[in-house]
Design a binder for this molecule. Structure first.
Ligand code: TRP
Length: 361
């Protein structure tokens, strides 16, 4: 099967690991830019459900539920299954096969030096008992991306290290198996016969949103996240926990603190943002508590329509809608990934017999 990319429409791919519901960090770091990309780009959005097993192999039911929840979040924020392709990772066998190929082109120590893996080991308290598959997911992510030969990968800042490794894997493959000169420019690889483009990361409006602890990156596992399903009451409560260290309303405040990250991220009226910044910096009778409520209301306004759409997809009826989309899209996703795999195998002298996948309805 061949794939039909309308000429001139660049392809993008990005994805989420189903470890729980999506939160505000995902929204401003990636989801918003995905929604906006749909007109301009040929979009692929991947649910990395295999990756969830690398740290939660004993929780298959939870992973399955999170998988469907994530797709519901996507639909609720406005990712449109008519225009974009949803990729359920475990239904695309070419990804697992490509993972092996890339695993043999990346030095072991290179993978283990990946700073994002290191941070995750610390944050999730994985110690030294994590599975063999855990660091392997970073190699798998190269395959997730390259299976679809995208030009761009919209991600949060924490993913940039993975994308860098993906670029190395692509260059290496093209050099070793396609005769691309090691000094070739990244942009020339495909024209010079490389199977893979060298894709670039594109960091969203806010590359890293601080959590409601005011310190670390927003993350479900750090318990400092505001979820897309939270109510105004829950948002207010979580914002209330954000500690700035400021004591009184007339103490000059630091407008680079975590609270003001939220002000700039979520209050869309620029004049109001400037006014708050001035008053806060001057200690002009403005309390943290007041600002937190204003931010909470702005967040609520932003996510209210998302919450509403998500409620429509609740329960088993919603699950059915999601599964039907995923099934249809599995065929589309595999058409592209199988073509990539066939080209990669040919370059590797592994083009023995060919194959066709079937997706019975
Ligand atoms: N590792 C990413 C995360 O946890 C999810 C992911 C998996 C991904 N495969 C990808 C992101 C490919 C971009 C491209 O957020």
């Amino acid at each position: 099967m061949t794939t039909h990319t309308p000429p001139g429409r660049a392809r993008i791919l990005t994805g989420d690991t189903p470890t729980g519901q999506l939160h505000l960090g995902h929204l401003v770091g990636s989801l918003e830019s995905r929604v906006a990309s749909q007109d301009e780009f040929d979009c692929y959005f991947l649910i990395a459900n295999m990756h969830a097993y690398t740290t939660r192999a004993d929780k298959p039911q939870g992973i399955r539920e999170s998988t469907l929840e994530i797709v519901k979040d996507w639909l609720a924020v406005g990712i449109d299954p008519q225009r974009s392709t949803f990729v359920l990772q475990t239904e695309v066998p070419a990804i697992a096969e490509l993972t092996w190929f890339f695993a043999m082109l990346l030095p072991f120590n290179r993978v283990m030096r990946n700073p994002t893996l290191k941070t995750e080991i610390d944050d999730k308290g994985l110690g030294d008992t994590y599975s063999f598959g855990f660091p392997m997911y970073a190699v798998g992510q190269c395959a997730d991306i390259l299976a679809f030969r995208p030009q761009l990968i919209p991600v949060g800042e924490d993913q940039v290290a993975h994308i860098e490794m993906c670029r190395e894997a692509a260059r290496r493959f093209n050099q070793v198996y396609c005769g691309v000169d090691p000094h070739a420019e990244d942009s020339e690889h495909e024209a010079l016969g490389g199977v893979f483009p060298i894709p670039a990361a594109k960091v969203g409006r806010i590359g890293r949103l601080v959590g409601t602890d005011g310190k670390q990156k927003m993350s479900k596992s750090l318990n400092n996240a505001i979820f897309l399903t939270d109510t105004l009451k829950q948002i207010k409560k979580k914002m209330g926990q954000l500690y700035t260290g400021r004591q009184t309303m007339d103490e000059p405040g630091d407008i680079d603190n975590a609270l003001f990250e939220y002000v700039r991220a979520f209050i869309r009226d620029e004049t109001r943002v400037k006014e708050l910044e001035q008053k806060y910096a001057a200690g002009d009778n403005i309390g943290d508590g007041h600002i937190k409520v204003e931010v909470a209301q702005a967040i609520d306004e932003l996510i209210a329509p998302i919450r509403e759409k998500r409620a429509e997809l609740a329960g088993e009826a919603g699950d059915k809608v999601v599964l039907e989309i995923l099934r249809e899209h599995a065929a589309k996703a595999n058409a592209v990934a199988e073509e990539t795999l066939a080209r990669a195998k040919a370059a590797m002298k592994l083009d023995f017999f060919g194959r066709e996948l079937r997706f019975p309805g």
